[in-house]
Design a protein around this ligand. Structure first.
Ligand SMILES: *Cc1c(COP(=O)(O)O)cnc(C)c1O
Length: 445
């Protein structure tokens, strides 16, 4: 960590000083002027963010109540389990979909949706390269081919025109990822999908409680997939939910999440009709999630307010590109992300983030290291024991080593993440905005 360590601080200043004009440092390094609010914390000025943040405990009574009830049960299996039933009932209050299947992760939720959508060997599925690898794991396991389309400059969500350019006769589905909880342009995506008869699987893993033009996230596409992993808005440590209202897909959710099962349905001649793995969620997890869902609206509302406030405060700073959210959408900020224009500042992105951290702001450079296609497993096409049968059988000519999404690459080079959570106050966010303004002003070209 950079902040607090004089050794690191000197090394940083020495490293950056070649790019800095003496005048810019003149006042900052003169002794006895600590009252100057413009003096950076890395130059012994006072930090822009002084107040501590307290994140309230994430679980307590609502979860305890559910776990107590669960301990009185004779079975902890999900099927007909009261905790799972309550989870589904509460899930539907903000994502009103007909068929809901709980599962073990967001990755599992997407895998189930991909399988239920009927993705076959060599079928292409277009998605964003700036996402968790869980978005495409299921595509690859079903023998499909992820095709990465570029993202928009300010939003980091699928650029629908680039999706259009990448559609081929093999394209079967689109997975829009609502990155950071900022909804994709679902109307444009659905129009394109209808034109080409494509299935739309919404990756809502970072978007609990978000709304797209007033509609609950996940209710516009054919499938909604959510993660309950520990870092997400609501959690049981690890878990997921996949849902749909389409009668053709609905019954398949259980098939592909529960070893081919069709529980509660009269046996149709017996035998396994679908080959699938076991992605079930047990009652103890469901109990925690049922409790967590009572907190969701408050969590989503707080994050939406705080993130939008930060945007309002920093949008006029030259060289800073804040989160781009459609005014009729509700973004729920799993984290906040802004970009810097590298030409506008005398320091690079990582040093900008470090300087912000020294100011007390919860900042970090970047999101994932490289777009997914840049990861070794993609570049080597080494998905199954180091090989990729779909390619070896001639069912795809995909070469991830030659894939390119310039805007996605630029975003990952220039973005800075700011932690947002429901324990933060408006005053705290105002101070974070001050820190960004202070650092930007100091290093402006
Ligand atoms: C977290 C996440 C996933 C995967 O969820 P897991 O529960 O970790 O498997 C998929 N997509 C996105 C966008 C995510 O943030």
């Amino acid at each position: 960590m950079f902040h607090g360590s004089p050794i690191h601080r000197r090394r940083f200043v020495a490293g950056a000083s070649g790019m800095m004009m003496a005048g810019a440092f003149g006042t900052a390094t003169r002794a006895g002027q600590s009252a100057d609010p413009a003096r950076l914390a890395i130059h012994d000025g006072s930090k822009a963010v002084q107040q501590p943040v307290r994140r309230a405990p994430r679980w307590g009574e609502p979860e305890r109540e559910r776990l107590e009830a669960m301990l009185g049960q004779g079975s902890l299996f999900y099927w007909n389990g009261p905790q799972t039933k309550l989870l589904i009932e509460r899930f539907r209050t903000f994502c009103p979909l007909e068929y809901v299947q709980t599962c073990s992760s967001g990755t599992a939720a997407i895998h189930i949706a991909v399988a239920a959508a009927g993705i076959e060997l060599g079928d292409e599925v277009i998605t964003s390269p700036v996402t968790d690898i869980g978005t495409v794991i299921g595509v690859l396991y079903q023998g499909g081919v992820p095709v990465f389309a570029d993202v928009g400059a300010g939003q980091c969500n699928l650029d629908v025109e680039d999706v259009r350019r990448r559609i081929t006769p093999k394209t079967k589905a689109i997975i829009p990822v609502h990155l950071t909880g900022n909804p994709c342009d679902m109307d444009a995506i659905m129009a394109l999908a209808e034109e080409h008869d494509l299935v739309v699987i919404e990756d809502c893993c970072q978007a609990w409680g978000a709304r797209s033009r007033g509609r609950p996230i996940g209710t516009v596409g054919h499938f909604a997939c959510f993660s309950l992993q520990n870092s997400k808005h609501v959690t049981c440590g690890d878990g997921g939910v996949v849902a749909t209202s389409h009668p053709a897909y609905g019954p398949l959710l259980q098939r592909f999440g529960d070893k081919g099962a069709a529980r509660g349905v009269t046996r149709e001649g017996g035998g396994f009709r679908a080959f699938a793995t076991n992605y079930r969620m047990s009652e103890p997890q469901a109990a925690v999630v049922a409790g967590q869902l009572t907190r969701l609206e408050e969590i989503a509302a707080a994050r939406a307010r705080l993130g939008n406030l930060l945007t309002e405060q920093i949008r006029d700073i030259p060289g800073i590109m804040p989160h781009d959210v459609h005014p009729d959408d509700r973004a729920v900020y799993w984290f906040y992300m802004f970009r810097i224009d590298p030409e506008a500042f005398r320091i690079n992105r990582d040093d900008f983030a470090r300087t912000l951290r020294a100011e007390g702001a919860p900042a970090a450079g970047g999101y994932i290291g490289v777009p997914l296609y840049g990861e070794p497993v993609f570049r080597n096409h080494g998905f199954f024991a180091g090989r990729w049968p779909v390619k070896e059988f001639g069912l795809t000519e995909m070469n991830f080593a030659k894939h390119s999404c310039p805007e996605a690459e630029a975003i990952l080079r220039t973005c800075i993440r700011i932690t947002i959570h429901e324990g933060m106050t408006d005053e705290y966010i105002l101070d974070v905005a001050k820190a960004i303004r202070k650092v930007a002003a100091h290093f402006a070209v």
